[in-house]
Design a protein around this ligand. Structure first.
Ligand SMILES: [Zn+2]
Ligand SMILES: [Zn+2]
Length: 109
């Protein structure tokens, strides 16, 4: 997708003013139209519509800075999940303790 550098002013989440120097066009997302009429006629988004989309959905590389934190958190969690095994008692089948320290009375003995 080509990158256009227009000024986009949103009056609400449907109507957008796209300013290209002295030329102003209004994109209406509810009816998928632009005042330049190109969008309606051939169904190919005009540059103004593309500018609006860019404002709504900026490319990921432009907003992300630094290391992805999500990945590090997941790796940390996975590492701990491997080492922390759930303790299940072999005597009463309850977790949190093992059969050596089990204080529950056995039902099937
Ligand atoms: Zn247009
Ligand atoms: Zn037990």
């Amino acid at each position: 997708m080509l990158y256009v550098d227009f000024t986009v002013n949103s009056t609400n989440h449907i109507l957008f003013e796209v300013l290209n120097g002295d030329i102003k066009n209004v994109v209406d997302l509810s009816v998928k139209s632009c005042t330049c009429k190109r969008f309606q006629m051939d169904q190919i988004p005009c540059a103004h519509v593309i500018a609006v989309f860019q404002k709504l959905h900026p490319p990921e590389g432009r907003i992300r800075v630094g290391r992805p934190k999500k990945r590090r958190c997941k790796a940390f969690w996975e590492k701990n999940a491997k080492t922390l095994k759930p303790i299940i008692c072999g005597k009463c089948n309850q977790n949190g303790h093992n059969r050596r320290i089990c204080r529950n009375p056995t039902t099937n003995d």
